[in-house]
Design a protein around this ligand. Structure first.
Ligand code: NAD
Ligand code: 0WE
Length: 254
């Protein structure tokens, strides 16, 4: 089947800076029909204004911390589209206090929330999507280098991303026989809503660009293009993988 007839659902659109938006634009360009979700009423207007820019795309509200909202969304997707071929998970959250100070100070509730929203939600949406992926499919999630090396103040999110990357491998094992591939993109730092308000983020961007072999930071369009590649026929032999889109930052030892 050609890309032009395929349908994907994207989670995590907040605004035009969202990685989810860059992925939506690239998938749209590649001819995908898109269902794009946003978290709540607060983000609804901005999300809907963006979604209108992509002919054929539709918007849906879904807070991934609620099982019944996930169930309702996939019921709607089943009725509207029947079959799904792609799923993009671009969602993460930890309480702001957890991204300050020491990892040692992580609270039980902060740990729970970070893992519920940033990790378990992938398992929940993959399970709901699989029965609609009757012709096989692809799932892509977003991760960060703080999963494998210590990035001060990324703290519990680093632990959650490590669990996310492991979840990608276990999901790839479970869904491989159904011809559903599951991969992660490890993106270099990008100034999105999720990065705003993080102390020293500007300095981090600067030092990342200096250390990366390409001497610059990644563009969200490059992340979008990689997601489109992974979900396309060109990615048909890749599953359980974490692909770096970081201008080479992760390969450096010094
Ligand atoms: P963003 O703020 O635009 O996107 C995060 C999204 O998560 C938002 O749309 C938010 O509404 C959504 N979300 C949070 N809690 C939710 C919930 N309970 N239910 C549904 N949605 C919820 O920021 P972004 O940088 O585009 O982040 C997208 C993904 O990329 C995240 O997984 C993030 O960890 C990852 N990432 C970001 C960077 C970066 O530097 N910005 C780098 C690597 C990976
Ligand atoms: O994954 C992320 C950020 C995820 C994130 C951001 C926020 C800010 C607002 C999760 N939860 C929240 N909660 C909030 O209240 N990134 C990869 C970007 C990021 O965040 C950092 C980083 C980098 C890089 C935090 C500290 C240090 C580095």
């Amino acid at each position: 089947m050609s890309d032009a007839q395929r349908t994907a659902v994207i989670f995590g659109l907040a605004n035009k800076r969202s990685i989810a938006w860059a992925i939506a634009q690239k998938l749209h360009e590649a001819g995908w029909r898109l269902a794009i979700t946003y978290q709540n009423e607060r983000l609804e207007q901005e999300a809907k204004d963006l979604i209108t820019e992509l002919p054929g795309a539709a918007g849906f509200m879904c807070d991934v911390s609620h099982d019944e909202q996930i169930a309702r969304l996939f019921e709607e997707l089943k009725n509207r589209y029947g079959t799904l071929h792609g799923l993009v998970h671009s969602v993460a959250f930890a309480p702001a206090e957890e991204l300050k100070g020491e990892f040692l100070s992580t609270t039980r509730e902060g740990f729970r929330i970070a893992h519920d929203i940033s990790v378990y939600s992938l398992v929940a949406v993959a399970r709901a999507a699989a029965p609609l992926m009757t012709a096989g499919g692809g799932i892509v999630t977003m991760t960060y280098y703080g999963a494998e090396k210590v990035v001060p103040r990324y703290n519990v999110m680093g632990v959650a991303k490590a669990a996310l990357e492991a979840s990608v491998r276990y999901l790839a094992h479970d869904l491989g026989p159904k011809n559903i591939r599951v991969n992660a993109i490890s993106a270099g730092p990008v100034k999105t809503l999720a990065a705003r308000g993080i102390a020293g983020f500007g300095d981090m961007l600067k030092s990342h660009a200096e250390r990366a072999p390409m001497k610059r930071n990644v563009d969200t369009a490059e992340i979008g293009a990689t997601a489109a590649f992974l979900l396309s026929e060109a990615g048909s032999g890749i599953t359980g993988e974490t692909i770096y889109v970081d201008c080479g930052y992760n390969i450096m030892g010094f």
